[in-house]
Design a protein around this ligand. Structure first.
Ligand code: ZN
Length: 251
Protein backbone atom coordinates (compact mmCIF):
# COMPACT_ATOMS: atom_id res chain seq x y z
CA UNK A 1 0.00 0.00 0.00
CA UNK A 2 1.23 3.47 -0.89
CA UNK A 3 2.86 5.45 1.93
CA UNK A 4 1.86 9.00 2.84
CA UNK A 5 4.59 10.58 0.69
CA UNK A 6 3.45 8.68 -2.38
CA UNK A 7 -0.20 9.53 -1.71
CA UNK A 8 0.70 13.22 -1.43
CA UNK A 9 2.56 13.04 -4.76
CA UNK A 10 -0.46 11.40 -6.37
CA UNK A 11 -2.98 13.89 -4.96
CA UNK A 12 -0.76 16.78 -6.07
CA UNK A 13 -0.57 15.25 -9.56
CA UNK A 14 -4.38 14.95 -9.67
CA UNK A 15 -4.68 18.64 -8.74
CA UNK A 16 -2.34 19.58 -11.61
CA UNK A 17 -4.36 17.35 -13.94
CA UNK A 18 -7.47 19.47 -13.27
CA UNK A 19 -5.69 22.31 -15.07
CA UNK A 20 -4.59 20.07 -17.94
CA UNK A 21 -8.19 18.87 -18.29
CA UNK A 22 -9.25 22.53 -18.60
CA UNK A 23 -11.51 22.16 -15.58
CA UNK A 24 -9.80 25.29 -14.24
CA UNK A 25 -8.34 28.12 -16.28
CA UNK A 26 -7.26 31.74 -16.05
CA UNK A 27 -9.69 33.09 -13.46
CA UNK A 28 -10.32 29.79 -11.68
CA UNK A 29 -6.82 28.35 -11.60
CA UNK A 30 -6.52 28.58 -7.81
CA UNK A 31 -10.10 27.47 -7.18
CA UNK A 32 -10.65 23.84 -6.42
CA UNK A 33 -9.02 20.78 -4.95
CA UNK A 34 -8.83 17.02 -4.99
CA UNK A 35 -8.95 15.02 -1.77
CA UNK A 36 -8.13 11.38 -1.11
CA UNK A 37 -8.91 9.27 1.97
CA UNK A 38 -5.92 7.61 3.67
CA UNK A 39 -6.34 3.85 3.22
CA UNK A 40 -4.89 3.09 6.67
CA UNK A 41 -6.79 5.86 8.46
CA UNK A 42 -10.27 6.19 6.94
CA UNK A 43 -11.11 9.12 9.22
CA UNK A 44 -8.40 11.23 7.57
CA UNK A 45 -7.68 12.49 4.09
CA UNK A 46 -5.08 14.41 2.08
CA UNK A 47 -6.11 17.64 0.34
CA UNK A 48 -4.42 20.55 -1.42
CA UNK A 49 -3.82 23.50 0.91
CA UNK A 50 -4.97 27.05 0.24
CA UNK A 51 -3.03 29.19 -2.21
CA UNK A 52 -1.12 27.54 -5.04
CA UNK A 53 -2.51 27.49 -8.56
CA UNK A 54 -3.71 24.03 -9.51
CA UNK A 55 -1.00 23.92 -12.20
CA UNK A 56 1.70 24.58 -9.57
CA UNK A 57 0.53 22.18 -6.86
CA UNK A 58 3.09 19.74 -5.46
CA UNK A 59 3.41 17.37 -2.51
CA UNK A 60 4.66 20.15 -0.21
CA UNK A 61 1.29 21.89 -0.57
CA UNK A 62 -0.64 18.92 0.84
CA UNK A 63 -2.28 18.85 4.26
CA UNK A 64 -3.82 15.96 6.21
CA UNK A 65 -7.32 16.68 7.52
CA UNK A 66 -9.79 14.68 9.62
CA UNK A 67 -13.37 14.02 8.53
CA UNK A 68 -14.57 16.75 10.92
CA UNK A 69 -12.68 19.20 8.70
CA UNK A 70 -9.73 20.06 10.98
CA UNK A 71 -6.06 20.05 10.03
CA UNK A 72 -4.09 17.12 11.46
CA UNK A 73 -0.69 17.74 9.87
CA UNK A 74 1.06 19.61 7.09
CA UNK A 75 3.34 22.63 6.69
CA UNK A 76 2.53 25.29 9.35
CA UNK A 77 2.21 27.99 6.68
CA UNK A 78 -0.28 25.94 4.66
CA UNK A 79 -3.89 26.74 5.55
CA UNK A 80 -6.83 24.53 4.74
CA UNK A 81 -8.80 25.39 1.60
CA UNK A 82 -11.86 27.52 2.39
CA UNK A 83 -14.22 24.79 1.26
CA UNK A 84 -12.65 21.85 3.09
CA UNK A 85 -16.04 21.10 4.72
CA UNK A 86 -17.38 19.91 1.37
CA UNK A 87 -14.72 17.19 1.38
CA UNK A 88 -14.88 16.33 5.08
CA UNK A 89 -18.67 16.00 5.15
CA UNK A 90 -18.80 13.86 2.01
CA UNK A 91 -15.94 11.59 3.12
CA UNK A 92 -17.48 11.22 6.60
CA UNK A 93 -21.01 10.50 5.38
CA UNK A 94 -20.07 8.18 2.52
CA UNK A 95 -17.71 5.37 3.52
CA UNK A 96 -17.90 3.88 0.01
CA UNK A 97 -16.11 6.87 -1.57
CA UNK A 98 -12.42 7.71 -1.17
CA UNK A 99 -12.00 10.84 -3.24
CA UNK A 100 -13.77 14.17 -3.78
CA UNK A 101 -13.08 16.70 -6.53
CA UNK A 102 -14.26 20.31 -6.43
CA UNK A 103 -13.69 22.88 -9.18
CA UNK A 104 -15.51 25.78 -10.84
CA UNK A 105 -15.77 24.54 -14.45
CA UNK A 106 -17.17 27.17 -16.77
CA UNK A 107 -19.90 25.30 -18.68
CA UNK A 108 -21.15 23.58 -15.51
CA UNK A 109 -21.37 26.93 -13.74
CA UNK A 110 -23.06 28.55 -16.73
CA UNK A 111 -25.67 25.81 -17.06
CA UNK A 112 -26.34 25.75 -13.31
CA UNK A 113 -27.62 29.32 -13.73
CA UNK A 114 -29.30 28.97 -17.13
CA UNK A 115 -31.08 25.69 -16.69
CA UNK A 116 -32.31 23.89 -13.57
CA UNK A 117 -31.22 20.46 -14.71
CA UNK A 118 -28.82 18.97 -17.20
CA UNK A 119 -30.04 16.31 -19.60
CA UNK A 120 -27.89 13.52 -21.03
CA UNK A 121 -26.59 14.62 -24.45
CA UNK A 122 -23.80 12.11 -25.19
CA UNK A 123 -22.58 8.81 -23.84
CA UNK A 124 -19.56 10.29 -22.06
CA UNK A 125 -20.79 10.77 -18.51
CA UNK A 126 -24.23 9.34 -19.18
CA UNK A 127 -24.05 7.08 -16.06
CA UNK A 128 -24.04 10.25 -13.91
CA UNK A 129 -27.71 10.69 -14.76
CA UNK A 130 -28.70 7.26 -13.44
CA UNK A 131 -28.23 8.46 -9.84
CA UNK A 132 -29.25 12.04 -10.59
CA UNK A 133 -27.27 15.29 -10.51
CA UNK A 134 -28.73 17.43 -7.71
CA UNK A 135 -28.18 21.18 -7.34
CA UNK A 136 -27.18 23.26 -4.31
CA UNK A 137 -29.25 26.37 -4.95
CA UNK A 138 -26.78 29.07 -3.88
CA UNK A 139 -23.44 30.43 -5.09
CA UNK A 140 -22.16 30.76 -1.51
CA UNK A 141 -18.93 28.92 -0.73
CA UNK A 142 -19.16 25.75 1.35
CA UNK A 143 -17.35 27.19 4.35
CA UNK A 144 -19.44 25.97 7.26
CA UNK A 145 -20.40 22.55 8.55
CA UNK A 146 -24.11 23.11 7.88
CA UNK A 147 -23.46 23.76 4.19
CA UNK A 148 -21.10 20.80 3.86
CA UNK A 149 -23.74 18.63 5.51
CA UNK A 150 -26.40 19.99 3.15
CA UNK A 151 -24.25 19.20 0.11
CA UNK A 152 -23.77 15.63 1.37
CA UNK A 153 -27.49 15.25 2.09
CA UNK A 154 -28.57 16.67 -1.27
CA UNK A 155 -26.08 14.46 -3.04
CA UNK A 156 -27.31 11.25 -1.44
CA UNK A 157 -25.78 8.41 -3.47
CA UNK A 158 -25.13 10.56 -6.56
CA UNK A 159 -21.66 10.90 -8.04
CA UNK A 160 -22.00 14.61 -8.85
CA UNK A 161 -23.64 17.76 -7.52
CA UNK A 162 -23.84 21.18 -9.15
CA UNK A 163 -23.38 24.28 -7.01
CA UNK A 164 -25.43 27.02 -8.64
CA UNK A 165 -23.34 29.86 -10.04
CA UNK A 166 -20.27 28.41 -8.31
CA UNK A 167 -19.06 24.98 -9.43
CA UNK A 168 -19.51 21.30 -8.78
CA UNK A 169 -18.34 18.41 -6.64
CA UNK A 170 -17.86 14.83 -7.78
CA UNK A 171 -16.92 11.71 -5.87
CA UNK A 172 -15.50 8.28 -6.62
CA UNK A 173 -14.15 5.08 -5.14
CA UNK A 174 -10.73 6.40 -6.18
CA UNK A 175 -9.24 9.61 -7.58
CA UNK A 176 -9.59 8.43 -11.17
CA UNK A 177 -13.34 7.87 -10.79
CA UNK A 178 -13.87 11.20 -9.03
CA UNK A 179 -11.79 13.11 -11.64
CA UNK A 180 -13.43 11.45 -14.65
CA UNK A 181 -16.85 12.14 -13.15
CA UNK A 182 -15.95 15.84 -13.08
CA UNK A 183 -14.51 15.75 -16.61
CA UNK A 184 -17.68 14.08 -17.89
CA UNK A 185 -20.01 16.38 -15.96
CA UNK A 186 -18.34 19.34 -17.65
CA UNK A 187 -18.63 17.62 -21.06
CA UNK A 188 -22.37 17.10 -20.51
CA UNK A 189 -22.75 20.72 -19.41
CA UNK A 190 -20.93 21.89 -22.55
CA UNK A 191 -23.23 19.77 -24.75
CA UNK A 192 -26.27 21.15 -22.92
CA UNK A 193 -24.99 24.67 -23.46
CA UNK A 194 -24.57 24.10 -27.20
CA UNK A 195 -28.07 22.60 -27.43
CA UNK A 196 -29.47 25.49 -25.37
CA UNK A 197 -27.90 27.98 -27.79
CA UNK A 198 -29.15 26.05 -30.83
CA UNK A 199 -32.78 25.49 -29.91
CA UNK A 200 -33.40 26.89 -26.43
CA UNK A 201 -34.26 25.49 -23.03
CA UNK A 202 -36.53 22.74 -24.35
CA UNK A 203 -33.85 20.98 -26.40
CA UNK A 204 -34.01 17.22 -26.89
CA UNK A 205 -32.02 14.88 -24.66
CA UNK A 206 -31.14 11.19 -24.77
CA UNK A 207 -34.26 9.48 -23.42
CA UNK A 208 -34.35 7.07 -20.44
CA UNK A 209 -35.28 4.29 -22.88
CA UNK A 210 -32.22 5.03 -25.01
CA UNK A 211 -30.04 5.03 -21.89
CA UNK A 212 -31.42 1.63 -20.92
CA UNK A 213 -30.72 0.32 -24.39
CA UNK A 214 -27.14 1.59 -24.15
CA UNK A 215 -26.63 -0.16 -20.80
CA UNK A 216 -28.23 -3.41 -21.97
CA UNK A 217 -26.02 -3.43 -25.05
CA UNK A 218 -22.85 -2.82 -23.01
CA UNK A 219 -23.72 -5.82 -20.85
CA UNK A 220 -23.47 -8.01 -23.95
CA UNK A 221 -19.80 -7.06 -24.42
CA UNK A 222 -18.42 -10.23 -22.77
CA UNK A 223 -20.48 -12.29 -25.23
CA UNK A 224 -18.77 -10.78 -28.29
CA UNK A 225 -16.57 -13.67 -29.49
CA UNK A 226 -14.43 -11.50 -31.75
CA UNK A 227 -13.41 -9.24 -28.82
CA UNK A 228 -12.60 -11.98 -26.33
CA UNK A 229 -8.82 -12.32 -26.75
CA UNK A 230 -8.31 -8.67 -25.90
CA UNK A 231 -11.22 -8.28 -23.54
CA UNK A 232 -9.92 -6.47 -20.50
CA UNK A 233 -11.85 -5.73 -17.31
CA UNK A 234 -14.20 -2.78 -17.77
CA UNK A 235 -13.44 -0.07 -16.93
CA UNK A 236 -9.71 -0.43 -17.53
CA UNK A 237 -7.49 1.44 -15.07
CA UNK A 238 -5.67 3.60 -15.54
CA UNK A 239 -7.83 4.70 -18.45
CA UNK A 240 -6.34 6.29 -21.54
CA UNK A 241 -7.79 9.62 -20.39
CA UNK A 242 -6.06 9.34 -17.02
CA UNK A 243 -2.72 8.31 -18.55
CA UNK A 244 -2.79 11.15 -21.06
CA UNK A 245 -3.47 13.89 -18.53
CA UNK A 246 -1.12 12.41 -15.92
CA UNK A 247 1.69 12.58 -18.46
CA UNK A 248 0.73 16.15 -19.42
CA UNK A 249 0.68 17.20 -15.75
CA UNK A 250 4.01 15.53 -15.04
CA UNK A 251 5.99 17.33 -17.75
ZN1 ZN B 1 -15.70 26.49 -4.82
Amino acid sequence: MAGLDEIMENVALANRMLFEMELADASTIERGHVSYRLPDEPGRFVIKGLGPALSQTYAEHMVVVNTDGFKVSGPPEMNLPNEVKMHSCLLRERPEINSVVHVHPRYTVLMSVLQEQLGPMCIEGMPLFAKGIPMFLSPRLIIHEKDGAEVAELMGESDAIMLQGHGAATVGADMEDAMLNMLHLEEQAKMNYLAFCAVGRDHAVITPEQRQEFIANMRTLPEAEHLKPELAPTPRKPSGIWSHYAEMADM
